[in-house]
Design a binder for this molecule. Structure first.
Ligand SMILES: [Mg+2]
Length: 168
């Protein structure tokens, strides 16, 4: 299973605040493709974020990520609950983040990644530091790193062709 932070990880950390107070975030299409590749590889995905966003709800829905946790103060509590529900050991889970709120979960998982422009402590505790920055393809890079390590490219490419064929 791969868990992810949102602000600064799936985004570059920028928030646009509209006059009505609603916040708008920009996501990267390449990371969206990373989600699809991960799902083709049979990886389960989950989002744990401190903020609340209706836009994220829509994005998660489109990307078929059902394990969406928003407004989380203690990410480790949510992480422990996910382990219990999916009957996973911590070492079977990967996590990607960028800032101090991610540290406790990163210390617990089997594979922790930091985006390229993460806080220095986050980089220090990561097994993998992405070359790409948050919101600039870091998530995609991490997924491709896992797919390569698990030697799943063949499975994915045949699954990918099937999807394309269906769409034509
Ligand atoms: Mg963050």
């Amino acid at each position: 299973m791969v868990l992810m932070d949102v602000d600064g990880t799936l985004t570059d950390g920028t928030l646009a605040v509209l006059p009505n107070g609603e916040e708008v975030k920009l996501y990267n299409v390449r990371d969206g493709m990373g989600v699809m590749l991960a799902q083709l590889a049979g990886l389960k995905l989950g989002i744990i974020t401190g903020k609340n966003s209706r836009g994220l709800e829509k994005r998660a829905e489109r990307l078929k990520i059902t394990e969406l946790h928003q407004g989380v103060i203690d990410k480790k509590l949510v992480f422990d609950d996910i382990l219990k529900r999916y009957q996973l050991k911590p070492e079977e889970v990967a996590y990607i983040g960028d800032d101090l709120g991610d540290l406790e979960v990163m210390k617990s998982v089997g594979l922790a990644a930091a985006v390229g422009d993460a806080h220095r402590l986050i980089k220090k505790h990561a097994h993998h530091v992405c070359k790409k920055d948050g919101g600039r393809g870091a998530f995609r890079e991490f997924i491709e790193f896992i797919i390569g390590a698990q030697k799943k490219w063949d499975v994915i490419m045949s699954g990918f062709k099937n999807i394309l064929n269906r769409k034509l």
